[in-house]
Design a binder for this molecule. Structure first.
Ligand code: PNS
Length: 168
């Protein structure tokens, strides 16, 4: 049984993430989409880890061999604890490569886990959760970049943030 992990912050999940998860699901027997729960970055997140995992469960439902989990601490520890042999990462552009290579080499120095790079489909090469949030915050149209259910939750959360900021 070949098990892989697709790790990330997923704040929120985008269509680019789903593209990579779907392709990983066709390469491996089982794929765990793992949400990094970095408590020091919790304030910078728009969605809680539970909300991010719920959205992922919903959008990954069509893939029977994909499950969703959270992890705190080292990704390599999560891999060891869960019998995961490979980390799957999407590469959008050459600019992603430097940091991703550094992380892949660090992770393989910690355990014998392999990192598999999957080139992002060209239509998603510009896509990042941070940009989706920024564009949506200023009223830009991000439909088509995130699943409809995520779009709904994103717009609702941004409206809540705006009203909280108005009250402050
Ligand atoms: O979506 P992101 O923010 O690019 O995801 C980054 C993530 C969560 C995959 C990365 O920060 C990570 O693996 N964090 C776990 C902590 C860890 O193992 N750090 C050492 C990396 S070499």
């Amino acid at each position: 049984m070949r098990r892989a992990v697709c790790p990330g912050s997923f704040d929120p999940v985008t269509n680019g993430h789903i593209d990579i998860v779907g392709r990983a699901a066709s390469l491996f027997d089982e794929v765990v989409v793992a949400v990094g729960i970095n408590k020091s970055k919790a304030r910078a997140r728009l969605f809680t880890p539970e909300e991010r995992m719920d959205m992922l469960r919903e959008v990954c439902a069509p893939y029977p061999n994909v499950s969703v989990a959270g992890f705190d601490g080292l990704l390599t520890d999560f891999c060891q604890d869960n019998g995961i042999a490979a980390i799957v990462k999407g590469l959008r552009a050459v600019s992603d490569f430097d940091y991703e290579l550094q992380m892949a080499q660090m992770n393989s120095s910690l355990t014998d886990v392999e990192t598999v790079f999957v080139p992002t489909s060209p239509e998603y090469s510009f896509l990042a959760s941070s940009l989706v949030k920024e564009v949506a915050t200023f009223g830009g149209d991000v439909s088509g970049l995130v699943p409809d259910t995520v779009l709904e939750k994103l717009l609702r959360r941004l409206a809540e943030v705006r009203s909280e900021q108005g009250e402050a």
